[in-house]
Write a protein that binds this ligand. Sequence first.
Ligand code: 4NP
Length: 167
Amino acid sequence: MDYRILLVCLGNICRSPTAEAALREELRRAGLADRVEVDSAGTGDWHVGAPPDARMVAAGRSVGLQVEGAARQIAVEDFELFDLVLAMDARNHADLVALAPDVATGRRVRMFREYDPDAAPGDLDVPDPYFGGPEGFSHVVGLVRAAARGVVDHVRAELGGQPGAGR
Ligand code: 4NP
C-alpha cells in the first residue's frame, strides 16, 4: 500500500464505518483501491467489537453502500501507521490532536469534510446521528460520499496521478 487513511468518529459504529465504505467505493472507481488502505476507529471504547448500528447499515444500503466491520478504538500507534487521520467532527478532531504523540503526528489529523469542496469552511462536522431520527443517518450518507470524492482527489495528487483519472 502506498497510502493509508484512518477515518475516526466517537463510537466507530455510525459515521466512520460509513465514511470507510464510501471512501473504498470512490477509490475503486478511481482505480486506486490497490494503492490506498482505509480503516476506521472510534475515540471511545463503548462499542469495541460491535458491528455498525443497524440504522446506519440501512441508510447505507439504500444507496448501495455496504457499511460493515467491527468497531475498534484508536491506538497511539495509529498516528504513525496512517498518513491521514480524518475526524468526523470538531470534538473528534480535538480528541485526536490531544492523543497524537507529537506535533508531527498531530499534523496528520484533519477534518474529513475539509476535502469536500462544497463544504462551508466553518461547518465541517458530520453530525452525530446516534440519538436522532432516521433523517440523520441519510444526512451522514450524503456528507460522507461528497467528502470521500474530495479525499480521492487529494490522494491522487499526493500519489502523483492524473487529475480526474478513472472518473
Ligand atoms: P458514531 O456515533 O460516533 O458516528 O459511531 C455514535 C455511536 C455511539 C455513541 C455516540 C455516537 N454513544 O454514545 O454510544
